[in-house]
Design a protein around this ligand. Sequence first.
Ligand code: 5RP
Length: 229
Amino acid sequence: MDAREMKIKAAEAALAHVEDGMRLGIGTGSTAEEFVRLLAEKVAGGLRVEGVPTSERTARLCLELGVPLKSLDELPELDLAIDGADEVDGRLNLIKGGGGALLREKIVAAASQRMIVIADESKVVETLGAFKLPIEVNPFGLVSTRIAIEKTADRLGLSGPISLRASGDGTFTTDGGHYILDASFGRIPDADALASRLNDIPGVVEHGLFINMASLAIIAGPAGARTLT
Ligand code: 5RP
């Protein structure tokens, strides 16, 4: 089974949790896109759902495939969010934001009664941190914010390069008009502590540590899909 097939397996298993009439948060990334494709087939077959997309990219795909969308202001309380992840540990804590949508993903997950993570086995780790931690920052005071992040990390015994995310034509800008700093701290033994200290830095808009947000992870490997709870 190749990587795409594993993503489809995880997305299929997540679809089994979707019920008629649900208000769904719809994630961002290649795994979430497999879910959108499968969901669109069900919608074409008569399933009635309304989705709130976590990025402009996901919104475009949903519109293209006929998945009905609403804004989060129109549907402020959701039944279920389904999203991918860059890393998931055994306690269902996550690193997200590889696709740059972490702010909307976190807002949508927080507005949802449940969050199901869909991923392939390569995303499962013992301790978060091998994947660079995305930190969404306001462009104003970028250098000060980066220094504040370094000092915060240092107080927790963490260090490593922090790089400004680039895109083909310059600096990567999120759907909210912010920048992303990718922090290579390595293993993060106390992700909870780092998450709350990062939230205290004024220039930090949000970070990619999703602590205690996911209710279930569906992990697909060569032998099929398993769940982490
Ligand atoms: C986007 C995300 C994605 O869910 C994460 O990057 C995983 O993406 P993929 O399914 O393509 O591996 O957090 O901000």
